[in-house]
Design a protein around this ligand. Structure first.
Ligand code: ZN
Length: 96
């Protein structure tokens, strides 16, 4: 049985999910992104060094203290629900 997760915990955060063994029952509107794309970590932006290759893929050494992020993972997030539109420049009072 998959774990339930509240959407409130996903707003503005990135949850690491193994794409081969999904352990969370996620809302349908989540945005998924490959954790390591074209040799770069999508969490910290660093390039993956050649020596950071595992038998099952690659991992990011630069941000490993946040938890291992491998090429088998996805970063899952939800868009912020409170989207405000700026209609006025507050510094000089002119409309944008
Ligand atoms: Zn990283």
């Amino acid at each position: 049985m998959k774990k339930q997760i509240s959407p409130d915990l996903l707003y503005g955060r990135q949850l690491v999910v193994n794409k081969n063994y999904p352990e969370y029952d996620l809302p349908a509107q989540v945005k998924r992104e490959e954790a390591i794309l074209q040799g770069s970590c999508q969490r910290c932006g660093q390039k993956i060094p050649q020596w950071a290759y595992l038998p099952t893929g690659t991992y990011c050494w630069s941000c490993h203290m946040l938890g291992r992020l491998t090429s088998n993972d996805q970063l899952v997030t939800l868009a912020e629900c409170n989207q405000f539109t700026v209609t006025e420049n507050f510094l000089d009072g002119k409309a944008v």
